[in-house]
Design a protein around this ligand. Structure first.
Ligand code: BES
Ligand code: MN
Ligand code: MN
Length: 458
């Protein structure tokens, strides 16, 4: 073999990090139109680095929203093709004042890169471009490879579905490779084998036709904020902490004893978990462990709520409107669309007299689980064994990547999710970071996946 990956990393790691920092300096926040130019600039940056690394046919494919960066290296039609998926857009960085250093001015502290997108997903996506660079420059690429890096993951990938449907031939592959999840710990490597689905809705309650004096009218007029709170409270049973929407659990698959045991075997300290979050107890559906609650059970959470006076000081007012953004995380074999309908129907029945309810379905996606006896899983496991010196554990994530189900349905292929982040990377939160250990370990492990996958497919 040519220069080995460890040596290549040792020689090039400072440049790898510098290039990632340059990408992190681009505030590619897809949710906020103020950053529109930056999102396009991030796409251009990814394109340029793919070209440099040796990809062919690199293009910025326009969509009705932000573009998809595509590139490929087809070395031999007889070899298997790996489609690498990732995203160059990031979550909004607010609240800015809770960051120890500005979110788009990356700094390295205690071996970690601090910036919005460091772990989700710029740092993890970039590992693939550098692993590809290594395989190209050392002539060890063992599979055909296609890159599809999108800019709308954090806002629901609305245009990626159309792109995939319209480009089935171009995207034809044997497996999708994704690094956009986490592993259990740096010394407990794991491969993500499941993602929860999502149904995300906004509800709006309207009471009187204008904001009112809360003394003059208070006591008689239906207050939409009070109503909203009462309605939300009724969505979860007080005692069992089960979601009360009729039919919500109908399609939920209960996990096997085997999988329950595998979850119980994951090293976990509830004390540490509580300490890290400054909470003195966890609160979830009765009868399940913490890891079960955050991976194999469905949830309902309010993500945002608004209404009434939000300014300094006090204002005596009954608002005309109140609204909330509500998400439900779904597990196999729940269907996002069905759950959104069940929610809408039930939520409307909870409205007290005198208010009207409007429910808007915002976005969603179906859950997935992937098999652990597949060639791609075994190839990934063999890769981790080489670079971590340990067999990885299969692990189901609580988060969602809605397009993974779409790849199964539209391209007929499974995904292998080699996440190198940690749950404590603070993705979506202030002070997001990504360990340099994790970044380099990802770059080191990916070429082994390509190697073993090509071997096992022979
Ligand atoms: N990378 C995350 C998903 C994730 C994080 C999976 C951690 C597993 C572990 C992704 O960027 C994300 O944030 N997805 C959104 C869904 C999307 C529709 C906005 C999510 O899970 O909230
Ligand atoms: Mn992500
Ligand atoms: Mn995310």
């Amino acid at each position: 073999m040519a220069q080995n990956i460890k040596d290549y990393i040792a020689l090039n790691k400072d440049r790898f990090v510098e290039e990632l920092l340059d990408l992190l300096r681009i505030p590619s926040v897809s949710a906020d139109p103020e950053f529109k130019d930056d999102v396009f600039n991030a796409a251009q940056y990814v394109k340029d680095r793919l070209v440099e690394a040796g990809a062919d046919k690199v293009e910025i494919c326009p969509t009705d929203g932000y573009p998809i960066v595509y590139g490929e290296k087809m070395i031999n039609p007889a070899l298997p093709t790996v489609l690498v998926y990732g995203h160059y857009d990031v979550q909004p960085a607010d609240p800015y004042d809770l960051w120890s250093s500005p979110p788009f001015e990356p700094v390295i502290k205690d071996g970690k890169i601090y910036a919005r997108g460091a772990s989700d997903d710029k740092g993890q996506m970039y590992m693939h471009i550098k692993a590809f660079e290594y395989m190209m420059r050392n002539n060890v690429l063992s599979c055909n490879v296609k890159f599809m890096i999108e800019g709308e993951e954090e806002v629901g990938s609305a245009n990626l579905g159309t792109f995939v449907k319209n480009n089935r031939q171009k995207l034809k592959c044997d497996v999708v490779l994704i690094s956009d999840t986490s592993m259990i710990a740096n010394d407990v490597p794991s491969i993500t084998v499941g993602l929860r689905g999502l149904a995300y809705l906004e509800v709006e309650i309207t009471g009187p036709n204008r904001d009112l004096h809360s003394g003059t009218y208070g006591g008689a007029v239906p207050n939409p904020i009070n109503a909203l709170c009462e309605m939300i409270a009724r969505l979860i049973d007080d005692k069992t902490r089960k979601i009360t929407i009729p039919g919500f659990y109908d399609d939920v698959l209960t996990i096997s004893d085997e999988e329950k045991q595998a979850i119980a075997d994951i090293p976990f300290s509830l004390d540490k978990y509580r300490q890290e979050l400054d909470i003195n107890a966890i609160r979830g559906e009765q009868g399940y462990s913490t890891i079960e609650l955050t991976s194999v059970r469905p949830t309902l959470d309010v993500n945002g709520i608004k209404g009434g006076y939000q300014g300094e000081g006090a204002k005596t007012v009954i608002a005309s409107k109140a609204s909330a953004k509500i998400s439900m995380r779904l597990v196999p074999n729940q269907k996002s669309e069905k759950i959104a309908e069940l929610f809408t129907e039930y939520f409307k029945t909870l409205a007290p007299d005198g208010v009207t309810v409007k429910v808007t379905n915002m976005h969603g996606g179906d859950p997935v689980v992937v098999p652990i006896d597949s060639i791609e899983y075994r190839a990934a496991a063999a890769a981790y064994l080489e670079t971590f010196g340990k067999k990885p554990l299969p692990n189901r994530a609580g988060g969602s990547i809605p397009i993974v189900k779409l790849f199964e349905d539209e391209l007929g292929v499974k995904s292998v999710m080699m996440g190198f982040g940690l749950d404590t990377d603070k993705i979506h939160s202030p002070n997001e970071h990504f360990g340099i250990f994790n970044f380099l370990k990802g770059i080191e492990t990916i070429p082994y996946f390509f190697h073993h996958y090509a071997e096992m497919k022979k």
